[in-house]
Design a protein around this ligand. Structure first.
Ligand SMILES: Nc1nc2c(ncn2[C@@H]2O[C@H](COP(=O)(O)OP(=O)(O)O)[C@@H](O)[C@H]2O)c(=O)[nH]1
Ligand SMILES: [Mg+2]
Length: 348
């Protein structure tokens, strides 16, 4: 599971809130400290951590409670909303118009997981009934052609590549032509690795984009980079028209929290995350669901129910009512006994 450790620490921070007898300012401050610690351990940028915890603290303590909502429930909701807010709030799907050729071009530095992700994406949509195809436009890295070809063949996905072609732009163009003729609806174009300093490769990326006019350019970023992923996302965004981002290698990386939050801060939507080397280790990124998983519940309603179950605070009014009613019951019982004794005396 992605970011298990962060999830475990956030979950135990909330559990402490569930179990506490009194919810006061000291408890909220303690919760905020726990959240800070958990986020920092997951490599989330310090300023972002401060912004997140400030928002939680302020809203948890200051906001007037909506009717019928306890302070405890309110705090859980605030934590949930804040994390979702910083991760992008709404899921953004890849826009694919069925029946038409949709070109999705993957870019990113070498080793970020482009080729693997290209195959995963094609497989993901193939399983959902879309005709997909894979193009290798990487004539830079030796072995790139056979790597993608093998992945494509394993999943019966149409593939196009040409080891003899030295011009990446021509390669991409020919590939797209081939896929269009075959009626492919989602054409995934894998490109060669780029480094943000390599001006030549950046130019090539722009030239390919100009030649094939992709519906979307997707930046693939290595999640193990942690916070550094943010700088990379910004550099690519400045160089070309990045529509969305896929963060890979979130399995087993302690820095995943840093990567996700830093990338989300660049305002480019994260559409998928990569969670392993296998072909099916890809999932659409839904910030709210993701937060739910981190907090240990798939939706906010489930979590609120958990809070209600754990509620051990005694409502003062209810307690007073209970005492009053028991006193009343005791008095009525006495009168009753009294009456029955008199009745007995009279009748005998
Ligand atoms: N654990 C893990 N490894 C991944 C993931 N995505 C890619 N990889 C691995 O990262 C390495 C580089 O991937 P590759 O697709 O060749 O990167 P490219 O140079 O950008 O095309 C390979 O060993 C992949 O198996 C992922 O989500 N999780
Ligand atoms: Mg590659």
């Amino acid at each position: 599971m992605v970011l298990e450790r962060l999830g475990r620490s956030l979950n135990s921070a909330l559990k402490r809130l569930f179990g506490a007898t009194v919810v006061d300012e000291a408890l909220v401050k303690e919760l905020v400290r726990d959240i800070q610690r958990a986020l920092l351990q997951a490599d989330v940028d310090v300023t972002l951590v401060m912004a997140i915890t400030e928002r939680v603290q302020k809203q948890a303590l200051d906001e007037t409670l909506p009717r019928g909502v306890s302070r405890r429930e309110h705090i859980v909701r605030v934590v949930w909303d804040t994390l979702a807010y910083f991760l992008g709030e709404r899921p953004v799907p890849l826009t694919i118009t069925p029946g038409k050729p949709n070109v999705v071009m993957l870019v990113g530095i070498q080793g970020s997981g482009k080729t693997t992700t290209a195959a995963k994406l094609a497989r993901y949509y193939q399983k959902r009934g879309i005709k997909t195809g894979l193009i290798c436009a990487d004539n830079f890295r030796p072995g790139a052609y056979s790597q993608l070809k093998q992945l494509a063949e394993r999943s019966n996905i149409p593939f196009w590549g040409d080891e003899g072609e030295k011009n990446a732009v021509k390669l991409a163009k020919k590939g797209v032509e081939y896929m269009k003729k075959k009626g492919i609806e989602l054409i995934v174009l894998d490109t060669s690795g780029r480094h943000r300093e390599e001006a030549g490769l950046i130019k090539e990326m722009r030239d390919i984009a100009r030649a094939v006019r992709p519906q979307e350019i997707v930046l693939v970023i290595d999640g193990t980079l942690g916070q550094q992923a943010g700088a990379q996302a910004r550099a690519f965004k400045a160089a070309t028209d990045i529509g969305s981002i896929i963060v890979t290698k979130l399995d087993g990386s302690a820095k995943g929290g840093g990567a996700l939050s830093a990338v989300a801060a660049t305002q480019a939507p994260i559409k998928f995350i990569g969670t392993g080397e296998r072909m099916d280790a890809i999932e659409p990124f839904n910030p709210t669901k993701f937060v739910g998983r981190l907090l240990g519940m798939s939706d906010i309603r489930g979590l609120i129910e958990k809070v209600r179950e754990a509620q051990i605070e005694v409502d003062e009014d209810a307690a007073k009512r209970f005492i009053r009613e028991s006193a009343l019951r005791r008095r009525n019982l006495k009168i009753c006994i009294c009456f029955s004794t008199r009745f007995y005396t009279l009748s005998s």
